[in-house]
Write a protein that binds this ligand. Structure first.
Ligand code: FAD
Length: 516
């Protein structure tokens, strides 16, 4: 066994020697002397995978990829970069690389492929917390769901797509239709283990190392690498009533959405569990038509042709054996006075996992059609409620209709500010209610720039009209833009960076402190 390991190490060393054109000699020798040398990869396939992401717009070539077996392997790499490396060495944790602008890349640095750490999920219960789960930062939310369901419990706050990692979404916020009621995923974390930019391995919570805890949540990977998170759980449901209602009038759409997420509504026991919304156009009908039955599709397509823009509120109510007999009545009460187009309400009854994992089904279809691995020039914004009508007029009714290029879903749904914690790094508009608007474009390889131009026009329109939007999954290229993004939080964000990652090693792909 020992000689086998030695052979592997020798082969690896010779591969490193032959192939490493990117690492300088001294850095390469230093890396090889580390106990993690066997987990470092520089073969073309590993390098090429770590050079791209879901966006397929940015390409940054790392010097090496670390596939750690244990969290301590990551700590070894970071401690080396912080204490010993004569050459500045940046390090980026990569979940699944589902970012769209190179946020998980490290130009000439080391990309840590978090998924090589494998899964470990422990469900526990305590008097003070109730049920909770400890999971690795590298774990996919789908795996967390499957494991927790074995205990009859599940997290309460989700993303639309579950093949994202815990560390990746907690570095942003993690939002979906449940956010209005339970807050983003970052509001549902009790504790984390984090490897800071100095290579220290720290446990943090609101009571222990609170500064690290709050800075890491929504911190865009700038302060440490999350290796474990303790997440809140609640009893899991079994089935879901899933309803879509169509609107031709934006103000009716907006007022109904805001009513559905209001404090009064969400504090009722029988409240909705999920509220989202979408912009429907003939142009992007591929992304929404399949929800509706074949017999309903023609009248929907005719309505959208007549109005050009339609809006759709999508709600869900979860239930189980206990609530099965009342769910229909509760739903009827909640939806009874809404102002959707008469006769345009559509309901489905689906399994709980099928609902939460709904985007996976779309992914598989797109993969089959060769439309999944294409450029994704996405733009995600938080828009203050007070300006959403102006946004509708200037962006949806003008820019989007005039350009007529939009493909993929356009999401629009409101959330409540009081479900977010201002001590965390995530940035949201300063109003009680704000909307998320997500242009989830997918483009051809030759024309993503056209979508980028539309994104720029949207941002310019907001700026020119004083609409104080915040980007979600932000992407900026100058320090000035980042300062504007963080606003009053910028100073503390900088201070936390100097404390937890003073040598500016972590997540260079966010381009906040490492400007090209
Ligand atoms: P990566 O893209 O690999 O990393 C993102 C950032 O986090 C990088 O800066 C990286 O360095 C850092 N990072 C990764 N792991 C760690 C860690 N363990 N510790 C510290 N930093 C780390 N988001 C939502 O909020 N709601 C949605 O509904 C939603 N739907 C999506 C649907 C699709 C199809 C896709 C592709 C993305 C969606 N997203 C959504 C966006 C998603 O949250 C981000 O892409 C996020 O970055 C998670 O992806 P990831 O786990 O692959 O992280």
């Amino acid at each position: 066994m020992a000689s086998h390991c030695m052979t592997i190490t020798l082969i690896l060393m010779s591969t490193l020697v032959c192939q490493s054109k990117l690492l300088t000699d001294s850095l390469y020798h230093e890396l090889l002397s580390l106990p993690i040398a066997g987990d470092l990869h520089i073969d073309p396939e590993s390098i090429s995978e770590a050079s791209v992401d879901y966006g397929l717009i940015v390409r940054e070539i790392p010097a090496a990829v670390l596939r750690p077996s244990y969290p301590k392997d990551i700590a070894t790499l970071v401690a080396f970069a912080y204490n010993e490396s004569a050459i500045p060495l940046t390090i980026s944790a990569r979940g699944c690389g589902h970012s769209v602008r190179g946020q998980a890349m490290a130009h000439d640095g080391v990309v840590v492929d978090m998924t090589s750490l494998g899964n470990k999920t422990t469900v526990s219960w305590s008097q003070s917390l109730g049920h909770y789960v400890d999971v690795g930062g590298q774990q996919l939310w789908i795996d967390v769901l499957e494991e927790t369901l074995k205990h009859g419990v599940a997290p309460v706050s989700w993303t639309d797509y579950l093949y994202l990692t815990v560390g990746g979404t907690l570095s942003n916020a993690g939002i979906s239709g449940e956010t209005f009621r339970y807050g983003p995923q970052i509001s549902n974390v009790y504790e984390m283990d984090v490897i800071t930019g100095t290579g220290h391995f720290l446990t943090c919570s609101p009571h222990k190392n609170p500064k690290l805890f709050y800075s890491v949540l929504g911190g865009l990977g700038q302060f440490g690498i999350i290796t474990r998170a303790r997440i809140a759980l609640a009893p899991a449901s079994k089935r879901v009533k899933w309803v879509r209602m169509i609107y031709s009038d934006f103000s009716a759409f907006m007022m109904d959405q805001e009513r559905l997420i209001s404090r009064h509504e969400r504090e009722q026991d029988e409240s909705l569990d999920y509220v989202e919304g979408q912009l429907l156009m003939r142009r992007n009908s591929d992304s929404w038509i399949s929800f509706f039955s074949l017999s309903d599709q023609p009248r929907l397509l005719s309505l959208v042709t007549e109005h050009e823009l339609l809006y759709c509120i999508e709600v869900a109510k979860y239930y189980d054996e206990r609530t099965q007999s009342t769910v229909d009545k509760d739903l009827e009460m909640i939806l009874k006075d809404l102002s959707h187009v008469p006769e345009f309400m559509f309901e489905k009854d689906v399994g709980y996992v099928d609902f939460l994992n709904r985007v996976r089904a779309e992914e598989l279809v797109l993969r089959e059609q060769g439309l999944w691995n294409v450029p994704h020039p996405w733009l995600n914004l938080f828009v203050p409620k007070s300006r959403i009508t102006d946004f509708n007029t200037g962006v949806f009714q003008n820019i989007v209709l005039r350009k007529n290029i939009t493909t993929g879903p356009v999401l629009i749904y409101p959330m409540n500010n009081d479900k977010w914690d201002d001590r965390m790094s995530a940035v949201i508009p300063d109003e009680d209610v704000f909307y998320t608007v997500g242009f989830l474009h997918s483009s051809g390889f030759g024309d993503w720039q056209e979508f980028d131009l539309q994104n720029k026009e949207v941002l310019l329109f907001c700026k020119a009209n004083g609409i104080k939007v915040k980007q979600y999954l932000p992407h900026y290229s100058t320090e000035r833009e980042w300062m504007q993004h963080f606003g009053p939080k910028w100073r503390i964000f900088q201070e936390n960076k100097s404390q937890f990652d003073p040598k500016i090693l972590l997540s260079p792909g966010q381009n906040i402190f490492n400007h090209n």
